[in-house]
Design a protein around this ligand. Structure first.
Ligand code: PLP
Length: 356
């Protein structure tokens, strides 16, 4: 076993032993292979460097309470990466190859899979880049698919807590019908000038739709969820949703042509429906935060990151959502994590269980 102090493992990158690679040349993918070499021999004119032909993914493997390893919904990540690839004129990675590469990355780095009880997980970062040298503007014909594993510590080392979010009307993450629905590095690079100043103040960013700056889009790496009492639309937000009757509770998430379809959001929507909540995807005005009892960002990294407040500096407005995570989001958070760690029945067949 590796000498890793799992309790000290922060929520950051730890270098694994092996990465997995597979190149696409002359119309064919090579068999994925594991290597300790973390450097690429890349032409300076490669289309990933010149024109941003790059897409990535993020998924996790969990050591369960029963000692078994579970990889969560990797086929959804494979499908999403194929969509991102098509969106950037790249060769999609076949689902089977994607799965093989993840399995190989896991097998070769078993020492880095955190034991059950540490709340740490083994994160996989699949990456697809265009490698054809090309100075004339256009897409390449050659690609490289890489899987980088990394053990990561718990997102909430202490207790599940809230974060303050800030709206920035001077920076848009992605344009309507732009690349917002693809998981591409360019979306991140272009939002750093909003996210970095926010992070420096201990906050996260909430982006609005780029056309009107009226509707909630998403966060830089996470979708938005709002919780509302559906029977009483204009209920005072102090009237916190209770868990006595979940059928009166509405799970809201934005409809937009600029947001990434989050697999965590999809899973939480399914669980919310299972619990009897009403799940609605529609345009959500920023001011509707006033009518919500709870709100959060959601993604693979954090699962759920509840919002304590949302600051809208241009309008001199603060939406208060509560200093502690609310009951509905807390219930959803535990429900999903219990499935991932094998503590609850996986009714929807989300986990690939692997014996080692
Ligand atoms: C990765 C990502 C998410 C979260 O997606 P998950 O599949 O839940 O991890 C949300 N928004 C953006 C912009 C992302 O890049």
């Amino acid at each position: 076993m590796k000498e890793i102090d799992w309790s000290k493992l922060g929520f950051h990158y730890t270098e694994p032993d092996f990465i997995v690679r597979s190149a696409y040349h002359d119309g064919a993918w090579e068999e994925p292979y594991a290597t300790k070499d973390k450097y690429l021999h890349l032409h300076v004119s490669a289309t990933c460097l010149q024109y941003g032909q790059e897409a990535f993914e993020g998924l996790k493997a969990f050591r369960g309470v029963d000692g078994k390893i579970r990889i969560f919904r990797w086929r959804e990540n494979a499908k999403r990466m194929a969509r991102s690839a098509e969106g950037l004129y790249m060769q999609p990675v076949p689902e089977e190859l994607f799965g093989k590469a993840i399995r190989l990355a896991l097998e070769k780095n078993m020492d880095f899979l955190p034991p059950y009880g540490t709340d740490a997980t083994l994160y996989f970062r699949p990456l697809l880049i265009g490698t054809t040298p090309r100075l004339g503007v256009g897409p390449g014909r050659d690609f490289e698919f890489i899987v980088i594993p990394s053990p990561i510590g718990p997102y909430y080392p202490g207790k599940f807590h809230c974060t303050t979010f800030v709206v920035n009307r001077h920076v848009d993450r992605a344009a309507p019908y732009g690349t917002g629905t693809f998981k591409v590095g360019g979306n991140y690079a272009s939002s750093f000038r909003a996210t970095e100043p926010a992070h420096a103040q201990g906050m996260d960013c909430l982006f609005l739709d780029a056309k009107y700056h009226r509707y909630i889009d998403e966060c830089s790496a996470a979708n938005f969820i709002g919780i509302k009492k559906s029977t009483n639309r204009y209920a005072d937000r102090a009237q916190t949703a209770t868990l006595t009757d979940l059928s009166t509770i509405e799970y809201l998430t934005p409809r937009s042509s600029a947001i990434l379809p989050s697999i965590t959001n999809d899973s939480l929507m399914t669980l919310a429906k299972d619990m009897g909540m009403k799940v609605t995807r529609r345009h959500i005005r920023l001011e509707e935060l006033e009518e919500m009892s709870e709100a959060a960002a959601c993604g693979t990294a954090c699962v759920i990151s509840p919002m304590s407040k949302v600051i809208d500096p241009e309008n001199n407005k603060i939406y208060h959502l509560g200093d502690e995570p609310g009951p509905v989001l807390t219930k959803l958070y535990h429900a999903l994590r219990d499935i991932q760690f094998g503590r609850a029945e996986d009714k929807h067949g989300w986990c690939d269980v692997i014996d080692d």
